[in-house]
Design a protein around this ligand. Structure first.
Ligand SMILES: Cc1cc2nc3c(=O)[nH]c(=O)nc-3n(C[C@H](O)[C@H](O)[C@H](O)COP(=O)(O)OP(=O)(O)OC[C@H]3O[C@@H](n4cnc5c(N)ncnc54)[C@H](O)[C@@H]3O)c2cc1C
Length: 397
């Protein structure tokens, strides 16, 4: 199966390139029959802080496609909340890369693996046909049996499928600055969720740019309703507090799309992956997820090819996968992190440093003992319920 133009992947970011590499590795007959259409020309910039969770790199290593690029290693995570700060040191859980280098290196690995990568070709529309779909570009149309939309937050493929932009959108602004004396330990990625004026957080991640050790700092605001949040003012305020001037930095502003609980991710021969489908709405982490999406869709298409798994089951397949369950849990947890329960969750995180340690292990793709996870979940439920009860009693008295 899969003849007639076979597979066209729209978008050559981590999701699209991983899908392409995984497809040709798993089904070598598809070499030169998987086409990635990328609108830009590598090396191309993608505004992103570049923290790649180790679980993403693990997948790329199994595909023999790990980009060898300059990076800052991640050996732990620290989190500041209103009532204090907590940190967990777990070595080798990821690395911070520059996307301009990482994606370019991944694109070269895809070509070497036998993927047809066509740069400078923006897709303008995708039209479903009786068999497969037609992909329109500025340079003409191409037919394919299957089209994968991996074209990120502004996905043209998603629009062509008639889907909405999604319920969870975030606005993000980042800059690269020199380190300052008050920075935390360099091998940690640092999150500051102590500002209750908005649902979201600010961050400081180590980064290496042209050999210089810099710090990528930014603000992530998850839109929960109609609240007006000026992330530029928030970042300017944060930078001023450590003696830096936002006006002197290159401002990199972009949007993100969170995963939806009941979102549709496939229609006929068109499947969505990566940020076109939706990533973690709480943190905006999306690189490792994009890689996971890419590998999963390749496995799904091999099941379709070999055992006839129907294409319309892609959404279900994703939801039943480890990635899908992870995204569902995170989406369900939005109110706990950013709405009424936020203070209680923060207090729980401060009291239970194991929680952040488990977060590190998950980010890094390290084994997590189920018993420990279940225990923590139970402790969390009890603590939140107990606090809720005592508050309710307190309010009644
Ligand atoms: C400021 C910021 C900081 C972030 N920091 C982190 C972080 O530290 N760690 C993390 O894990 N995630 C981070 N993210 C999220 C992460 O960048 C994305 O989730 C991730 O890049 C998604 O990968 P993707 O392959 O799905 O899409 P993308 O990386 O967006 O790739 C999509 C590709 O499709 C191409 N394209 C788009 N439209 C078309 C078209 N019509 N035709 C052809 N090609 C097209 C684009 O040029 C691009 O190459 C951050 C996001 C932002 C905005």
């Amino acid at each position: 199966m899969f003849t007639d133009g076979d597979v066209i992947i729209v978008g050559g970011g981590p999701a699209g390139l991983t899908a392409a590499i995984s497809l040709v590795r798993r089904a070598p007959r598809l070499r030169e029959r998987v086409v990635v259409l990328e609108g830009a020309t590598y090396p191309r910039e993608k505004y992103c802080a570049g923290a790649v969770g180790g679980r993403g790199d693990q997948i790329l290593r199994t595909l023999d496609a790990s980009p060898n690029v300059p990076c800052a290693p991640i050996d732990g995570i620290s989190l500041k909340v209103e009532g204090g700060e907590v940190a967990a040191r777990v070595g080798g859980i990821g690395r911070v890369v520059r996307r301009i280098e990482f994606d370019h290196a991944l694109a070269k690995l895809a070509r070497a693996a036998g993927v047809r990568l066509v740069e400078g070709t923006r897709v303008t529309d995708v039209i479903t046909r009786p068999k497969g779909a037609r992909v329109e570009t500025a340079h003409g149309a191409l037919d394919a049996a299957i089209v994968i939309g991996a074209d990120g937050v502004g996905s043209t493929v998603r629009k062509a499928m008639g889907l909405t932009r999604g319920a969870w959108r975030a606005q993000v602004l980042e800059v690269d600055t020199p380190p300052v004396a008050s920075d935390r330990e360099r091998a940690f990625i640092h999150f500051d969720a102590s500002d209750r004026r908005y649902p979201g957080y600010s961050w400081d991640f180590p980064t290496v740019f042209h050999g210089d050790e810099l710090v990528c700092r930014g603000v992530y605001h998850l839109r929960m309703g109609d609240e007006v949040v000026d992330i530029q003012a928030l970042l300017a305020e944060r930078l001023a507090a450590i003696g830096l001037d936002l006006a002197k930095c290159k401002n990199k502003r972009y949007a993100e799309r969170g995963f939806e609980l009941d979102g549709e991710l496939g229609r006929g021969p068109i499947l969505l992956i990566g940020e076109a489908a939706g990533i973690d709405p709480i943190t905006g982490e999306g690189i490792a997820q994009a890689i996971e999406y890419g590998d999963l869709v390749a496995r799904f298409l091999c099941e379709h090819r070999e055992r006839g798994a129907p294409l319309h089951t892609w959404t279900e397949r994703l939801r039943g996968s480890r990635l899908g369950r992870d995204l569902l849990v995170r989406t369900h947890a939005i109110p706990a992190f950013y709405a009424a329960a936020r203070p209680r969750v923060e207090r729980f995180l401060l009291r239970n440093e194991h929680a952040l340690r488990l977060g590190c292990q998950h980010f890094g793709g390290l084994p997590i003992e189920r018993v420990r996870l279940a225990k923590l979940a139970a402790q969390g439920a009890v603590a939140l319920a107990a606090e809720g009860l005592s508050r309710a009693f307190g309010e009644r008295r």
